[in-house]
Write a protein that binds this ligand. Structure first.
Ligand SMILES: [Zn+2]
Length: 461
């Protein structure tokens, strides 16, 4: 660095006024050469950083690069921006030390984050693998950091023209995309939906929701189809899926018999699903009391006795890998849990009214399941196995009415809580709204049977 500049920098009285002058008046080739060598970032000479007041009341929007952030905030110019990730067994200090920040800079940086609201907590819970964008300070450029510490937020740390470090939290810009996917089932619902681009957690939501009324082992046929509508939240900086919101509409067409469910929030703010007449998607007893995504195909596997209900076989078999969780089909009390002859490891639940359900050939019974204990619908009670008289891993599932096995395919099980009469009008309004959104998307659907519609930007909060 030229001596004249050192003098300028060391003269504290002139410092404030001259620094801006120095940045502008330096032969422009000096800066551009220096920066061009250091990184590929383009400097817009008309948009040099000037100090601007920072609005601390609102959380502002994050930017894609540190350079854009320094411009936005009016921080000291940065150059040579690099990227690393927080490694396991590292904290911010050791990560910064690894990338050659001086211990003095590290302590100033950590201190400035510490002073943020929740700063102490943020520092101690930084996720492993977190993106760290950084610029180490030089004599003329400032140190800066951008930490993508949570799904939606970044911490930006910068050096001002007096070389002090400051920190602030920014919200990452996101976009909501309403998405409609139509798919045809070729092998299993699970594989076909994944192939159609349904995110896995949305698919599990769909399977849980349909598992009350669909027997995924017997009722799904090649050629059956489904429709699903949900909202994706896209991280605009990474251009990647950040999260999905609960499904708003789902339908499945089983050999011409169509089931469709619409989302409606209950009084506690939880999403519930109903058909267009307001009947709950839930049944007091589930048709598929096992994770439907784990079911192995009923075709081509002779070892699995995947049987339907007959005079000789008074239950339904679900083929799934050993260890797949088995769910309580409904709320109830455990009546039996233990070895039961050819049934192997066996659980029976007494539900309200006249129904009981039984689960056989388990590899393991959940340790909390004891005779007399109370279980709620959907809770794991045991795991698929092949205990007792069985030729392959599967769940043997029985529904009993007045202590007699009945065919779950044929009984009309009582529904869960339907939409109350006084709320029907509001519900119907919601259904129309959902159908209108669907109609808009249907007009845009492509040959991959996917349509999206960006309908809002995330509000800052
Ligand atoms: Zn069986």
């Amino acid at each position: 660095m030229p001596n004249i500049m050192k003098k300028v920098f060391n003269n504290s009285a002139l410092h404030k006024y001259l620094i801006v002058f120095v940045l502008f008046a330096l032969p422009s080739f000096y800066l551009s050469v220096k920066i061009a060598v250091a990184s590929s970032i383009q400097i817009d000479q008309n948009n040099m950083p000037l100090k601007r007041p920072v609005n601390l009341a609102n959380i502002e929007e994050s930017s894609d690069t540190i350079h854009n952030m320094t411009q936005k905030i009016g921080a000291k110019l940065t150059a040579d921006i690099k990227k690393t990730k927080l490694k396991a067994n590292e904290n911010l200090s050791s990560a910064l030390s690894r990338v050659k920040f001086s211990s003095k800079d590290i302590s100033f940086i950590v201190n400035s984050i510490y002073k943020l609201k929740n700063g102490k907590n943020i520092l101690s819970t930084l996720p492993v693998g977190m993106d760290i964008h950084y610029s180490t300070p030089t004599n003329i450029t400032g140190g800066a950091l951008k930490l993508n510490f949570s799904k939606k937020r970044d911490i930006f740390v910068w050096q001002d023209f007096e070389n002090n470090y400051s920190s602030k939290i920014f919200l990452r810009p996101t976009k909501s995309e309403n998405t409609l996917i139509k798919g045809v089932i070729t092998s299993s619902l699970y594989l076909s939906a994944i192939k159609s681009g349904v995110p896995e957690n949305t698919l599990l939501e769909m399977i849980n929701l349909l598992g009350f009324s669909v027997d995924f082992q017997r009722e799904i046929r090649a050629g059956d189809s489904f429709e699903i509508m949900f909202t994706k939240e896209i991280d605009l900086l990474k251009n990647s899926l950040m999260q999905t919101r609960p499904i708003s509409y789902v339908s499945i067409n089983l050999s011409g018999n169509k089931l469709g469910f619409y989302k409606y929030y209950d009084e506690y703010g939880f999403p519930q699903y109903y058909d267009k007449n307001g009947n709950s998607s839930k049944r007091t007893i589930m048709k598929t009391p096992i994770n439907g995504a784990k079911l192995t195909s009923r075709y081509g596997n002779r070892k699995h006795p995947v049987l339907g209900y007959t005079k000789l076989h008074r239950g339904l078999d679900f083929a799934a890998p050993t260890g797949t969780p088995v769910f309580a089909a409904g709320d109830g009390i455990i009546e039996k849990a233990g070895w039961n002859g050819s049934y192997g490891r066996y659980i029976r639940i007494r539900h309200t009214g006249t129904y009981k359900t039984a689960y056989a050939h388990l590899s393991r019974i959940h340790k909390k399941i004891k005779i007399g204990s109370r279980v709620s619908q959907g809770k794991t009670i045991g795991y698929v196995g092949s205990s007792g008289r069985s030729t392959g891993a599967h769940l043997h599932y029985e529904v009993l009415r007045n202590n007699k096995q009945v065919n779950p395919m044929n009984i009309k099980l009582p529904a869960g809580k339907n939409i109350p009469k006084q709320e029907l009008a509001a519900f119907e309004q919601k259904v129309i709204e959902i159908l209108n959104q669907k109609l808009v998307l249907e007009q845009k659907i492509d040959n991959k049977k996917v349509a999206t519609n960006s309908y809002e930007r995330e509000k800052f909060y």
